[in-house]
Design a protein around this ligand. Structure first.
Ligand SMILES: [Fe+2]
Length: 397
């Protein structure tokens, strides 16, 4: 079984290495408004802007609107995305896109906003319905240029090849993915000004989500040279900057570094997947309503510890990037895990999953195995009993 898993994972790694691409980066304070320059350069006269109502309310897009006006570029704004987009919402947005004759997309917001814009782009590119594009490699056509502008540093949505869509079939709600490399945004716009108002708790959770992306992509098997470089840089930036943005949210330079770290971690996991930390975070997060990043940061040190000596080498390299010292690979690896625990504690992130209940183990493990095996090339392949051991460490009794 394990050999078959590894062959499948190696094949996926090769395929992704061939097919993936990276967004071009427009970065730095004020880069949101610079989208207008790029649209002008690429000859686009009509742009469709997808966002959440709150960003219109706060005036977060005003500088972009001014810049577009100055260049004579017409903007159509769709600001109805408040949660994961439904098929109906995407269809409504696409209707407005077509009506206005838009030629490019700008998405300003979190994962849901960026996913909605990706789905609109996929509809424009293919003329197919969303359910027909469900699954892997069902789009296969170039989307209109998409500028993804994240408003938190962590999810890495500006780099990913997937859009999560909610659908209703026979009265039941389903969540599914449209997954295709053509969905990777053409541009990632990393403007720290948009993240300055993110509260400390969300800053901590999303930042630790980014750290988990980098660490899981790096410790997974089959990490390419590019994945390793991106992940190491991301870890180095996060260790230096997360304490700064947690203490002072208005530190633009540190916010800028966190956005770039999140982008790099996004590239790393889009290419080499996440791992068991994410699988357990998804299952427990859905059951108990825990913030995704917070769930990741609680679970991360326990999973790394349980991988044992198999990951000492890889963790010691991450420790070097993070500036964590040790006399041997084993000591560096252990000190790196301890440093993650210390960061969690300083940012008020709990060390256990407080709502975890023993009677839910079975359901959690069922979901985790379904998500992670054989897809994620984790450094050690775990079975049911390994997850029982892990959950016993995470439970607060
Ligand atoms: Fe994540």
């Amino acid at each position: 079984m394990k050999v078959w898993y590894r062959i499948r994972q190696w094949f996926m790694a090769v395929m992704i290495g061939i097919m993936t691409r990276q967004p071009k980066v427009i970065k730095g304070s004020g880069s949101l408004a610079r989208i207008a320059d790029n649209l002008e350069k690429t000859g686009k006269k009509k742009v469709f802007i997808v966002t959440a109502p709150v960003f219109i309310e706060w005036g977060s897009l005003n500088k972009l609107f001014e810049a577009l006006k100055e260049k004579g570029i017409e903007a159509t704004v769709f600001s109805k995305v408040v949660t994961e987009p439904t098929v109906e919402l995407v269809m409504e947005a696409f209707g407005e896109y077509k009506k206005a004759g838009c030629e490019a997309l700008v998405a300003v917001g979190g994962g849901s906003v960026i996913d909605c814009a990706k789905a609109v782009g996929a509809l424009r590119a293919t003329g197919r319905s969303i359910p027909k594009m469900r699954g892997v490699l069902r789009v296969l056509r170039r989307l209109p240029d998409l500028y993804a502008v994240p408003t938190t540093a962590g999810t890495g949505s500006e780099t990913t090849a997937a859009a999560v869509i909610t659908d209703t079939i026979d009265g039941k709600h389903y969540k599914y993915m449209v997954n295709d490399f053509v969905l990777i945004p053409r541009y990632a716009v990393l403007d720290a000004d948009l993240t300055l108002t993110v509260p400390a708790k969300i800053t901590a959770a999303t930042g630790m989500d980014a750290l988990t992306h980098a660490v899981e992509a790096y410790t997974n098997n089959f990490a390419s040279k590019m994945v390793k470089e991106r992940a190491l840089d991301s870890v180095s930036l996060i260790f230096k900057n997360i304490p700064l943005v947690y203490e002072d949210g208005s530190n633009v330079e540190a916010r800028d570094n966190m956005l770039y770290a999140s982008f790099e971690a996004g590239i790393a996991f889009t290419t080499n997947f996440v791992g068991y930390v994410h699988a357990v975070a998804h299952a427990t997060g859905a059951l108990y309503g825990i913030l995704h990043g917070e769930a990741c940061s609680i679970i991360l040190p326990y999973v790394l510890e349980q991988y044992g000596e198999k990951v000492y080498g890889r963790l010691s390299e991450l420790a070097d990037a993070a500036g964590v010292k040790g006399a041997s690979k084993e000591e560096k690896a252990k000190n790196f895990i301890a440093a993650i625990r210390e960061m969690n504690e300083k940012m008020g992130i709990p060390s256990k999953i407080e709502k975890l209940k023993r009677e839910d183990y079975e359901e959690i493990i069922k979901r985790v195995l379904k998500e992670a095996n054989p897809l994620y090339p984790c450094p050690v392949i775990w079975k049911k009993k390994d997850f029982e051991i892990l959950l016993d460490k995470l439970i607060k009794e």
